[in-house]
Design a protein around this ligand. Structure first.
Ligand code: SF4
Length: 638
């Protein structure tokens, strides 16, 4: 799935040579002394910390450079998020070679994964805004291509490669040319083929840069405070792309993104690298290691299912790993699964999904049913964006502007939200919706009161309201930092909470253009949690179940680019070999929290159950459950 391995490996080759020369030199003295020449080993590259993996092709190249007899198998793709204990690759081969290559191979992988992990943290911190995260030239000397590749795997975008592929006019150039416009003129005269960016320090310089004809490709706002940046965004009015730069940190990047700039460059991505903790664990000779352990765990789970019989039901969300799905009694969307669980007479409902899903199952569960999760810390990035305290503050602000919010606004929450938010909607005569019932819910809500407050997914709310014919000017994106003005509130028909799913919003309009160019005639099918620009460019959009149904019903030979979570896309690829299915993104996005459920923690929770102990139970308090159920039942009635 890695789109640009060739360029990466070309750049990595001399670095690998150098690294092997400095580490192994004429030979591994200890290995040669202690390990028999004929001994073979099997090792696993394991994550010790959560992060984003990058550099697996480079790691493979190191092992092959040391000994072509080493067999390297990557178990995840670059760009995927990994959790502690996850096995990212397996290696088998001569013991001396494996151990000699180990350190060098890990050094590359750990550094690149560290960059990808930090980049993903920045990308997540600006989720819900339009800002992209850019790297800089502050890379380790010689590692430019590798470092920038890792940034892309983390979800960031690359700035210029070097001094040769873009004109970037900074203060020294401006001074030498005696002004911004003369500097641009000189640059254009010599390099008309190159894009041009100009750095400005204040609004006066910005106005001068904006006066350039033809317009510049990008303007860099250097070290501006938030207020000036906001003014710069208003002044530019989207005529030129704006880049924020200077002293950006993880703490400040969200506020910078909310000013409306198009991109933010972050030197720290590559100049302050913290290696991701990964290790190579040797399993010994001849053992089949991972496969054996997984098989044993799966057998154990099947055994416990047999013993507990109808007392146990395992629910598996579509985005779960294959080995977990294979053991589930039901697979489906979140609400569908919670409903199925409650329909059974099982005493124990084990929900392989994320926390809000298990909460919904607990709310719908019948008397005596208990809901458990293999990993109860598996949350949902989208659901967590709408904290009840923030929601209540927003509600109070609406009340103060509209004078009687209860008569003016109907709250609607997507099922991907906490039980507390569902209960809030129940208490305030609101409703819950799924991605397929969002339109019905908004229609119902507008029939009750003139305005809707849609939580927590701005994209689902915007896509649905737009499809219903509600103009974008009648929608207000709530801003938690700077509460919206009275005029903006009074104008709004639909207020959108600024949450977003960090998986679905990784699909970008350029991915649609790229996939259509690569595969003429391809049908682009996306989830409505994707950005509106992506949904508009797609051929069709619908819930996870809708996506599956479309693929199942399509004639053989249909080409699909699917914009949803990578586990589901990969499963569709395997289950429908008669069709040509690709992910809409070059690096298919993967839900980190969904992947926290593993065969290992599923086995543990079931083993405890078999021994008579209920662990990891998800309980929703009675009052919250009562009101949440009110909002859920309204959904079923509309
Ligand atoms: S895919 Fe998105 S909405 Fe679903 S659990 Fe993951 S973060 Fe939440």
């Amino acid at each position: 799935m890695v789109p640009d391995n060739k360029a990466l490996l070309r750049a990595a080759e001399p670095l690998i040579e150098l690294a092997i020369r400095e580490d192994i030199g004429p030979g591994d003295a200890t290995g040669e002394a202690v390990l028999p020449a004929e001994q073979r080993l099997h090792g696993q590259v394991m994550a010790k910390a959560a992060g984003v993996v990058a550099g697996l092709p480079v790691m493979e190249a190191v092992f092959h450079r040391v000994d072509p007899a080493i067999l390297f198998t990557a178990l995840v793709d670059d760009g995927q998020e990994i959790v502690p204990g996850e096995i990212v690759a397996e290696v088998r081969g001569p013991a001396r070679s494996l151990l000699a290559a180990e350190r060098t191979a890990l050094n590359f992988l750990q550094r690149m994964s560290g960059i990808a992990t930090l980049t993903r943290q920045y990308v997540d911190a600006v989720a819900g805004t339009q800002a992209a995260i850019l790297d800089t030239r502050k890379t380790a000397p010689g590692f430019r291509v590798l470092d920038k590749y890792a940034v892309r795997m983390g979800g960031g975008r690359n700035h210029r490669e070097g001094l040769y592929d873009m004109i970037l006019i900074k203060d020294n150039h401006i001074e030498a040319a005696e002004g911004i416009v003369p500097a641009i003129r000189l640059a254009r005269a010599l390099h008309p083929e190159l894009p041009i960016e100009v750095e400005v320090k204040n609004l006066r310089e910005l106005r001068e840069a904006l006066s350039a004809e033809p317009a510049l490709d990008r303007i860099m706002l250097d070290n501006m405070d938030l207020r000036t940046m906001r003014e710069a965004v208003a002044l530019t009015a989207r005529r030129v792309e704006l880049e924020a730069s200077g002293g950006v940190t993880l703490e400040s990047v969200g506020a910078i993104a909310s000013t409306g700039v198009d991109c933010i460059s972050v030197g720290a991505l590559t100049h302050s690298v913290r290696a991701l903790d990964l290790s190579l664990d040797v399993l010994g000779k001849g053992t089949r290691g991972l496969a054996t352990r997984s098989r044993k765990q799966a057998e154990r789970v099947r055994g416990i299912k047999e013993v507990l019989g109808r007392r146990l039901v395992i629910l598996g969300h579509h985005y779960q790993r294959d080995e977990v799905i294979a053991l589930a009694d039901y697979r489906g969307d979140s609400y569908q699964l919670a409903h199925e669980g409650a329909q059974t007479d099982a005493e124990y409902i084990v929900f392989c999904g994320v926390h809000f899903m298990a909460e919904t199952a607990a709310i719908l569960a019948g008397p005596g049913q208990r809901v458990l999760m293999p990993d109860p810390t598996a949350g949902c990035y989208l659901a967590d964006t709408a904290d009840l305290e923030d929601v209540e503050q927003a509600w109070a602000r609406l009340d103060s502007v509209l004078g009687g919010v209860e008569e003016q606004v109907t709250p609607v929450t997507y099922v991907n939200s906490t039980a507390a938010l569902k209960a809030f909607c129940g208490r305030h005569r609101g409703i819950v919706c799924t991605s397929s019932s969002a339109e019905r819910a908004i229609r119902w809500a507008l029939a009750q009161r003139p305005r809707v407050f849609f939580f927590p997914d701005q994209h689902l709310g915007r896509n649905t309201a737009h499809r219903m014919g509600i103009a974008l000017e009648d929608m207000l994106l709530w801003d938690r930092r700077l509460l919206p003005s009275s005029e903006a509130i009074l104008r709004a028909k639909v207020v959108l909470w600024p949450g977003a799913c960090n998986v679905h919003q990784r699909f970008l309009p350029e991915s649609v253009a790229a996939v259509r160019e690569r595969f003429p005639g391809i049908r682009v099918l996306v989830h409505p949690e994707c950005r509106m620009e992506v949904v508009e460019l797609a051929d069709d959009a619908g819930s996870t179940s809708y996506i599956i149904q479309q693929v199942q019903a399509a004639p053989p030979g249909t080409r699909w680019a699917i914009g949803t979570e990578s586990h589901l896309v990969q499963r569709l690829q395997r289950e429908h070999p008669e069709q040509q299915i690709v992910s809409l993104a070059g690096v298919p996005p993967f839900c980190r929290t969904m992947a926290q459920t593993t065969l290992g923690n599923l086995t543990l929770v079931l083993e405890a159950l078999a021994a008579g102990t209920v662990t990891n139970e998800v309980v929703v308090d009675g009052e919250t459950a009562r009101w949440a159920k009110v909002a859920l039942e309204r959904m079923l009635r509309v």
